[in-house]
Design a protein around this ligand. Sequence first.
Ligand SMILES: Cc1cc2nc3c(=O)[nH]c(=O)nc-3n(C[C@H](O)[C@H](O)[C@H](O)COP(=O)(O)O)c2cc1C
Length: 161
Amino acid sequence: MEALEAIRTRRSIRRFKPGDIPREHLETIVDAGRLAASGNNVQPWDFIVVTERATIAEFKVTEAWVAQASAVIAVVIDPATRWWVEDGAAAIENMLLAAAALGYGACWVEGDLLPYEDMVKSLLGVPAAKRLMALIPVGVPAVIPKPKKRPLQDVLHWERY
Ligand SMILES: Cc1cc2nc3c(=O)[nH]c(=O)nc-3n(C[C@H](O)[C@H](O)[C@H](O)COP(=O)(O)O)c2cc1C
C-alpha cells in the first residue's frame, strides 16, 4: 500500500480475527519503528514482539480486547534520553502505519497501559530503568471504526494562525 493511502486508511483497531501473523510481517512492522526519526538520532527504543498466547492473555488487564490480538508489540523507551516521549511516539506511529500498509489492524495502547506498567514490565522482563511506553496489539481487523476527524480547513492555517 502506498504511504499516503496507509495514512488515510489507518484506524485504531480493537476487534481482531483469530490467526497468526507471519514473522516477516512482524519484523517489517518493527523495522518501521526502528527507522523513525529521533532527537539527535539517539534511537532510545527497544521493541518486544509477543506472540505466545499465554503472555498475550495477561495483557487483558489493560483492556480485555487486547488479549484477542495475534501479536502485541511492547515499546520500551529509555527515559534518561532528552526526547524520549517524542521519539517513542514517532516509532509507534511508524509501526501503526506499517501495520496498516500490510493490511493489519493495530492500536496505540498507552492510556490503558499506564496503571499496569510495572506489572507488564515485570511480565516481559523490562529493566527497571526503562519505561514501557505503549503496547501495540496487531491482528487482522474484524471491525473498522470510523472516528470523526477534524476537517482540514479547521486545522490548516496558511502563513499565520
Ligand atoms: C497517546 C495515545 C494513547 C492512546 N491510548 C489508547 C488506549 O489506552 N486505549 C485505546 O483503546 N486507544 C488508545 N489510543 C488510540 C486513540 O483512542 C485513537 O487514536 C483515537 O481514538 C483516534 O482514532 P484513530 O486512531 O482510529 O484515528 C491512544 C492514542 C494515543 C495517540
